[in-house]
Design a protein around this ligand. Sequence first.
Ligand code: DP6
Length: 421
Amino acid sequence: MACESEKWVLMVTAQTPTNIAVIKYWGKRDEDLILPINDSISVTLDPEHLCTTTTVAVSPSFDQDRMWLNGKEFSLSGGRYQRCLKEIRSRASGFEDEKKGVKITEKDWENLHVHISSYNNFPTAAGLASSAAGFACLVFSLAKLMNVKEDHGRLSAIARQGSGSACRSLYGGFAKWIMGKNDDGSDSMAVQLADEKHWDDLVIVIAVVSSRQKETSSTSGMRESVETSKLIHHRAKEVVPKRIVEMEEAIKNRDFESFAHLSCADSNQFHAVCMDTCPPIFYMNDTSHRIISCVEKWNRSEASPQVAYTFDAGPNAVLIARNRKAAALLLQRLLFHFPPRSDADLKSYVIGDKSILQDVGVQDMKDVDALPAPPEIKDNIAAQKYKGDVSYFICTRPGRGPVLLSDESQALLNPKTGLPK
Ligand code: DP6
């Protein structure tokens, strides 16, 4: 290894997307290894709007492993971080950069410390699967830094040990987490079903729902479900295996009607399992329920579904529209029922791919106030407005998997000191 006086810092920066499950993972058969009781399928969200960027650095001058999240130092002592670090270190291989005077042998990695800095381009508190993007990015960037020669499948099995849903963020487009059979978890990993170009008509609108309530974490929620719900076991054994086959088929054939039926039914069953847990867990709130009614009513008034909805362990709605036209009609309905607070500005109420606002035909708050009630609404109660119940909307689409960012200006650590910029 390079001697202690050498102050080189070796760095890698990567960007990894988040994902939303359309067939949900809920329930573990092994808590330590994070092995699920059923397969799951997800859509990867465009990293331009929702992603984690992570810089990892190694240097003989670092005296301990350290991590910063959104600029604040964060303890790495948790078992899940330790496991990911250990798994990656054990697969590291030698690296040499003569120009920089860096020579690291396979054995050296055990003694070299790392600095990790991570940043989410969306509010961590919004409850948008930040742990999935976070652990996927940590594992992906460390694997590149430590010259790990494993494929994405093997890396996904390591990310899985950080947070189950993270294994699906190793791929763009659509991914399936295969639950596996082995007790050691070696066959529990994600595979890609289709890349992001396969079904690029889809448009995704996320309603970040205002909530004051502290939610039960996914980890403890699913533990309680496994211990107390009968429905979860029926779901894992009888319902999900069939849905997985049907969902794969729907994705392969770009069959939106089946895709929407399956996504909505699976989200609803996941929340039914939460209700069947003792004591019951409520992730959705009144606003979530109103969004479901709005979508269901509209879908029923059309010849075939226009939008699919899915909700994770929180009240936010993820709405997948069959195409741009459907997304504009959806946003029109959402803005009608859930206008921003009077003092809000439309530009910060609809974020991400704002170009969709042009298709909706609204430019400012005056236009929002003038939106007509959707034609499928026949009575005054159903035409009610809930000002301020949605914090904001994010317009996005299916996106690509992890990438390395080679431009040093995008690194989150200073290349000389290895400390946050
Ligand atoms: C509802 O992956 O956050 O989002 O494995 O304990 O870290 P841990 O749980 P996590 O659970 C995600 C649950 C879900 C459904 C899904 O993403 O499939």
